[in-house]
Design a protein around this ligand. Structure first.
Ligand code: AMP
Length: 386
């Protein structure tokens, strides 16, 4: 397969902030970007050369889109596999439809992890009230019920704390397929963002430590400050094996829980750049988005080295707009902080509107600085932090 060189048209399925940052990296290197999604004026579309506003189910439109580009990637894993298959008749899609098929559905993903001996929390498939009762008997309480498909950021999740609280879960079941997972009393959450090229070369960004609020990523810090080097090494080796086993070409994020006993359990795989890797945009020689581009185009992967000893990223959710437009000037007064806004028109609670990244001499200082910059956005803010 030939290398796709600068000047070529690249296709992106999906049009959110991940597509936007991919397009920024691509345009810097002289590529042209076409995006495809059901929406117009999107974060990615705003800075693309061409924005197709069509349904993912409109396979004729998907084929027409694919005819106009040399290679395709996606930035959103809930793209129907049929869409990727239709596109791949005209241009290669990386990662492949098979990777998407496995990772867009929790049950398939966990079955893959189990089949290949990757560490994960115990789980059961649930499709009926009897399944749910039997699975709770097997896994115990608390447990987390998650929709098998189309969930993200804690959407479609329900914690079941005791036998007395099973009613709500039973009411939610409906005709859908679910996964029941044992609740992990984790010490912390970490992730490995890594890339794999067309000839199997591998590059990782080391271990990143993540804090969530209300199931949404809030803060990421690299290198992970509270995890022993041996565990960080083990996480990277697990990620390497996951990317190899799935034959990923592109970027993938492997999210882990670190248990109180210091064991790693994979929580989730994302077959694309990840929110926890956003700090690589400003803090690494090659960002996760440029790395995605290099991998899918068949270029050599770039260095993942940090440009400063440490970096931190804080998400800017729509909640910050509650009392009006945030004070951007105040955040820009922090000279080591970079502001990213995704061009979204409407700030809704919980919606990812942008992020801040801080580069610093230590992980602690990076985290402190990025949180202080975020607090400065809303003068009476401490209460607004979500
Ligand atoms: P997910 O959408 O599965 O990544 O879940 C979002 C967040 O919910 C995770 O990052 C955790 O903070 C929390 N969570 C999900 N599953 C579990 C679990 N089995 N045990 C404990 N916390 C969980």
């Amino acid at each position: 397969m030939k290398t796709v060189l600068p000047g070529a048209n690249l296709g992106v399925l999906g049009s959110g902030q991940l597509g936007r940052m991919f397009a920024l990296a691509a345009r810097r290197m002289g590529y042209r970007v076409h995006t495809f999604s059901p929406h117009a004026g999107t974060p990615a579309g705003q800075i693309s050369d061409k924005e197709y506003q069509r349904s993912y189910e409109d396979l004729d439109a998907v084929r027409e889109f694919a005819r106009g580009v040399e290679v395709l990637t996606f930035e959103f894993e809930n793209i129907p596999v049929a869409t990727v298959e239709a596109a791949s008749q005209f241009a290669p899609v990386h990662p492949s439809g098979a990777v998407l098929h496995t990772t867009q559905h929790r049950l398939r993903e966990k079955t893959f992890l189990a089949a290949h001996g990757f560490p994960h929390a115990p789980f059961r498939r649930v499709a009926s009230a009897e399944d749910l009762r039997a699975s709770l008997d097997a896994l115990g309480y608390p447990a987390v019920l998650k929709t098998a498909g189309f969930g993200y950021d804690g959407k479609g999740q329900l914690k079941i704390s005791s036998q007395e609280t099973i009613g709500q879960a039973l009411a939610a079941l409906g005709q859908r397929e679910w996964v029941l997972e044992a609740f992990v009393d984790f010490e912390r959450e970490v992730s490995v963002v890594a890339a794999r090229g067309r000839s199997g070369e591998f590059a990782d960004y080391g271990l990143i430590e993540n804090e969530h609020r209300r199931h949404i990523l809030d803060l990421s810090v690299a290198p992970a400050p509270n995890v022993p080097a041996s565990l960080a090494h083990e996480a990277v080796e697990i990620a390497r094996r996951v990317l190899e086993t799935l034959d990923v070409v592109g970027v993938m994020c492997v999210e882990f829980f670190v248990t109180r006993e210091g064991k790693l359990l994979i929580n989730e795989l994302a077959p694309r750049p990840h929110n926890s890797g956003h700090l690589t945009f400003d803090a690494c020689v090659t960002s996760q988005f440029e790395q995605q581009l290099r991998a899918v185009c068949g270029l050599p992967l770039g260095s993942t080295a940090l440009l400063s000893p440490a970096a931190a990223m804080a998400n800017l959710l729509g909640d910050l707009w509650r009392a009006g437009e945030p004070d951007w000037r105040a955040a820009c007064a922090f000279p080591d902080v970079k502001l990213h806004l995704y061009g979204k028109m409407e700030a809704r609670a919980g919606r990812k509107m942008g992020h801040l990244t801080a580069l610093a001499g230590s992980a602690e200082e990076a985290a402190r600085t990025v949180l202080a910059a975020r607090d400065a956005l809303t003068p009476d803010s401490a209460s607004i932090r979500v």
